[in-house]
Write a protein that binds this ligand. Structure first.
Ligand SMILES: *Cc1c(COP(=O)(O)O)cnc(C)c1O
Length: 390
């Protein structure tokens, strides 16, 4: 009735004709929405807490983003997952939610580079003291804990230098002092290391990597183990306005469906390439957790269900920086670029990387193995290595 009196301009915005109801597909729809409608004025609520009001504003979740969040929480065995615009945003969310001026945080030396910048910049500016520790410290962490230590970060294996951490040993010390342990579990895609079973209280992932899996989205997740940290993280998530795109969530939901087969194939190809490189005279060390000479290998063998697609190689000391750059430039199947976890093999130099207990000089190159055939990848590496001694 009302539509007969509406002008055509109003009908453009409030039409009466609709597609038929009853469509069912296997795919979670992409729900766009900032405004969320309420049944009545009395029912309006402005809250991020889905347990009381599932939908109150697009920022706090749409069915698309909440479906992804629920599936990440389920996969990791957590209490609840918050989605963030990227992995780095997940890191800043945890730090902002759990720390205040005067607090002390222990962060491994091999933490993801931009996380270190966040600690030295933003956290320092807000009066939080960040202390870096040797990722291989294990129970020795007890000597670094202070009365104002509120948070211990782990990342295992560490970025670029791949040290595997003794998470249970660190958790044991933290629990005896009431300290939260948060782990960047991106390498494991939340599955190769069951971080919650090993005692972590908070996990983060760059969903950009294995959950997305195709180098076409940026997303992050923060998953909490218990209700207390759920409140702290949820409040900070709202305050910081961590909005995510439903399109990216939809791509991540698609990526998740093939995570198991991709990880299995990527892990197997990567290990094959790593072992091949280990036997080459040009390479002095292969930093890959499944290689026995890699730092923390025995802990990896104890705690992990497998290995992933990213690792690093250290060239022999006789090679100059220019030779190693030329090696990378000679590769053709391997592309040159940051990030990892997609279908394309990548190489990137990490020269003069700062690690307190290990110095790799200008000799470290990180590789990501994709879904190309291993034979082609080895051919590409062999051709590039042959330029070194020439
Ligand atoms: C890539 C990465 C991040 C950051 O993720 P973005 O989505 O790129 O912001 C965080 N931690 C680790 C270990 C990473 O590799």
């Amino acid at each position: 009735m009302a539509s007969e009196v509406l002008t055509w301009q109003s009908k453009l915005v409030q039409p009466e004709s609709r597609a038929p109801a009853g469509f069912r597909s296997l795919v979670t729809p992409v729900y766009r929405g900032s405004t969320t409608l309420f049944e009545s004025a009395a029912a309006t609520r402005d809250t991020w807490k889905q347990d009381t009001t599932p939908y109150s504003y697009g920022l706090y979740g749409t069915p698309t983003s909440l479906e992804l969040a629920a599936r990440i929480a389920e996969l990791e065995g957590g209490h609840h997952t918050f989605l963030t615009p990227g992995g780095q945003a997940a890191i800043s969310l945890v730090n902002f939610a759990l720390l205040k001026p005067g607090d002390h945080v222990l962060t491994p030396d091999a933490i993801y580079g931009p996380h270190r910048q966040f600690g030295d910049g933003m956290l320092h500016k807000f009066g939080v003291e960040v202390e870096y520790y040797d990722p291989l410290i294990g129970t020795g962490i007890e000597h670094l804990v202070r009365s104002n230590t509120k948070l211990i970060w782990c990342e295992s294996p560490g970025s670029v230098t791949m040290e595997v951490q003794d998470l249970p040993a660190i958790v044991k010390v933290a629990n005896s002092q009431g300290i939260t342990v948060a782990i960047d579990n991106t390498y494991s895609a939340g599955v190769l290391l069951d971080a919650f079973a090993h005692g972590a209280h908070v996990t983060i992932q760059a969903l950009t990597k294995y959950i997305g899996g195709h180098s076409d989205l940026l997303l992050g997740s923060v998953t909490v183990k218990d209700a207390e940290r759920y409140e702290l993280l949820g409040e900070a998530h709202q305050a910081l306005g961590m909005a995510v795109s439903p399109d990216d969530c939809s791509l991540a939901l698609r990526g998740m469906q093939t995570l198991a087969v991709r990880l299995e194939k990527l892990g197997a190809s990567c290990l094959q390439v790593a072992k091949w490189l280990e036997a080459r005279p040009e390479i002095s060390q292969v930093l890959h957790p499944a290689i026995p000479s890699s730092p923390g290998h025995s802990i990896w063998a104890r705690d992990f269900k497998g290995s992933a697609s990213v690792f690093s190689i250290v060239f022999d000391e006789r090679f100059t920086k220019e030779q190693i750059l030329r090696f990378i430039d000679t590769l053709s199947i391997f592309k040159i670029g940051y990030s990892w976890g997609g279908v394309t093999s990548l190489a990137v130099p990490y020269f003069d990387i700062r690690r307190a207990h290990r110095d790799y000089g200008h000799r470290l190159v990180r590789l990501n193995i994709g879904l190309e055939s291993v034979d082609d990848l080895l051919g590409d590496l062999a051709a590039a290595l042959s330029t070194l001694d020439g």
